[in-house]
Design a protein. Structure first.
Length: 56
């Protein structure tokens, strides 16, 4: 399994780059997802595809 496919890779990497804790990254991600009305990180991408904001 690749590094990026591992759970929490994004949070770990982001926390190191931003010099903040992993829990702070997770907190902010959860707040953003909540404001978007979605429950996981896949749903914003699906929504963007359906709305034509991004394409494959």
């Amino acid at each position: 399994m690749g590094r990026r496919a591992r759970p929490n890779y994004f949070c770990k990497r982001s926390s190191k780059v931003l010099h903040i804790s992993e829990s702070t990254v997770k907190f902010h991600i959860n707040n953003i997802l909540s404001k978007m009305g979605v429950s996981d990180r896949t749903q914003p991408a699906i929504s963007a595809l359906k709305r034509g904001i991004v394409s494959l």
